[in-house]
Each structure stands twice: as structure tokens, then as C-alpha cells.
Design a protein around this ligand. Structure first.
Ligand SMILES: Nc1nc2c(ncn2[C@@H]2O[C@H](COP(=O)(O)OP(=O)(O)OP(=O)(O)O)[C@@H](O)[C@H]2O)c(=O)[nH]1
Ligand SMILES: [Mg+2]
Length: 254
């Protein structure tokens, strides 16, 4: 039986909490009796907080690449992300051997390895672009300052432009922030004028801000925590709204 699967890509800067969120969201879906599998696309992952159902390390690891190509860890990461496209057919077959409604895809540590390389687009197309969404993680420490938050907004925008996927922005590890800090970041995401005021205080170049505001790329951000399960329902609701809420993708994309 072929199921209509939804592919959820977890994307964010190094250490922003992608693997833990993949784990916690999969556990939350399990509790809701929704079938999901987890996919690890990071060939360099050494320890993982969960046991991936499909794991790129079954095909190759960063060590293999360094040995075979005589390159260091950074070169190996780039080769590794390009090799994913060569394995895309096999990855797809293995994913399709599972009966599940949600496929949670944990992407490599440094986000540019996934967002900027052509092989990610190949994989997304091969799996099913029309049923794909990205959860973009905003690191909580970086998001605390206006300049940090706006920098992550641009990174999120660049991932959206590059991958052409609808996005669900989340503030990861929100348990590490005070309620006031969380509320301030939510307010910035809802009302860019508040961010504008604070950026003025930081004496920053506001032309960039205007570009961002005009693009309408900023969306309300949902605080989440993999430690406490806070916000898992918001991720789920975001997915439902994108695929079943009658919104068209173009409207959500831009
Ligand atoms: N307090 C708290 N810590 C978290 C949370 N999520 C992740 N962490 C911690 O943050 C660190 C990084 O988490 P990961 O899930 O490995 O992050 P990642 O984005 O997958 O990291 P890379 O793949 O190495 O880029 C770990 O030490 C986690 O224990 C959270 O919701 N709350
Ligand atoms: Mg990880």
C-alpha cells in the first residue's frame, strides 16, 4: 500500500537542536498514534539521541570519505552531502519500505551543507517535493539579541529561497530562556516594527531590515523544547495547516 507521506526536514545552524527535536517530535507523534520514521542524513554524526530508522551512515560515514578521498573533515562533509544525491534512490526505497505517515529528516550539523548543495534539492524532488516542509530552528542564544534574531531570519529566508519549501519557524530549546525573553522574540516575529526599534538602538544598517520586511518572509515563531515537549503540537498544527488548511504553497513560501 502506498501511503501519502509527509516529509519534515529539520534545518538549523550547528548545535541548534535538530537531532533532539527530531527525536522528541517522533515520540510525540508516537504518543498520538501517528506513524512516523526518523532519517539521519548526517554522515558525521557520532552519537545520536535516537536510533534512526534510515541512516546515511549505513552507506557511508565521514571517516570512510576521509580515508577514500584523502580529505580532511570539512572537505569530507562537502563530498558527503554530494554523495547523498547518488544514494537518493536507495534512501527513497528504504523509506518507502516503512508504513508511515510522517518521515522526519534530521539534516547535517552545518546547515549550509544541506541548504546550499544541489544534492538536497535532488533528494527533496525524488522523495516528494509537494509533500515536504521544513522546520527551521532558531537557536535560542543567538535569537536573544535583535541582530542575532535578524541574522537567523535571513538564514531561514535563504533556506526557503534555496530549497523552495514551506517553513515552520521554531525557537528551539526555549526552556533555556526566561518567559520574558521568549515573549520578546515572539513579539519580534509577529511585529517587525518592534524589531526595527531595537535595531535602531543597536545602530545597525536598516536597509537590510527593510528588504526583509518587504519580503514578508517573517512568520510568527513557535517556542519549542525537546526537553519538556513544549510546542510539539504547534509543529504538528503548522504541518496540518500547510497541507490540509487550504493555503496554497506560494502564499506560505513568500
Ligand atoms: N535545554 C535544552 N537542551 C537541548 C534541547 N534540544 C537540544 N538540546 C541540547 O543541545 C545540544 C545540541 O543538540 P542536538 O539536537 O544534537 O543539535 P543538532 O542541531 O542536531 O547538532 P548538530 O547536528 O551537531 O549540528 C545537546 O547538548 C542537547 O542536549 C532543548 O530543547 N532544551
Ligand atoms: Mg544533529
Amino acid at each position: 500500500m502506498t501511503l501519502d507521506r509527509i516529509y519534515v526536514y529539520f534545518i538549523g545552524t550547528a548545535g541548534s537542536g535538530k537531532s533532539c527535536l527530531t527525536k522528541t517530535f517522533s515520540e510525540w507523534l508516537d504518543i498520538k498514534r501517528l506513524h512516523c520514521i526518523t532519517v539521519n542524513l548526517d554522515p558525521g554524526a557520532e552519537t545520536m539521541p535516537y536510533n534512526p530508522d534510515v541512516d546515511i551512515r549505513e552507506w557511508f560515514t565521514l571517516e570512510d570519505i576521509m580515508d577514500n578521498y584523502g580529505v580532511g573533515p570539512n572537505g569530507a562533509q562537502i563530498i558527503g552531502s554530494d554523495l547523498i544525491s547518488l544514494r537518493a534512490e536507495e534512501i527513497k526505497e528504504e523509506i518507502e519500505s516503512y508504513n508511515c505517515e510522517y518521515v522526519l529528516i534530521d539534516t547535517p550539523g552545518q546547515m549550509e551543507l544541506f541548504t546550499l548543495r544541489r544534492s538536497s534539492e535532488i533528494l527533496i524532488d525524488m522523495l516528494d517535493r509537494s509533500k515536504s516542509v521544513m522546520v527551521f530552528l532558531f537557536d535560542p542564544v543567538v535569537s536573544k539579541t535583535p541582530s542575532g534574531f535578524i541574522s537567523l531570519l535571513f538564514m531561514c529566508a535563504s533556506a526557503t529561497f534555496r530549497l523552495k519549501l514551506p517553513q515552520i519557524p521554531v525557537l528551539s530549546k526555549s526552556d533555556l530562556l526566561s518567559q520574558e525573553e521568549v515573549q520578546k522574540i515572539i513579539d519580534w516575529s509577529i511585529n517587525p516594527d518592534l524589531l526595527y526599534e531595537e535595531l535602531q538602538n543597536e545602530g545597525l544598517n536598516l536597509e537590510l531590515f527593510y528588504a526583509l520586511k518587504e519580503s514578508g518572509i517573517s512568520q510568527p515563531i513557535s517556542p519549542v523544547s525537546s526537553e519538556t515537549f513544549f510546542g510539539m503540537e504547534d509543529i504538528y498544527d503548522g504541518i496540518q495547516e500547510i497541507f490540509y488548511g487550504g493555503e496554497d504553497t506560494e502564499k506560505i513560501l513568500f
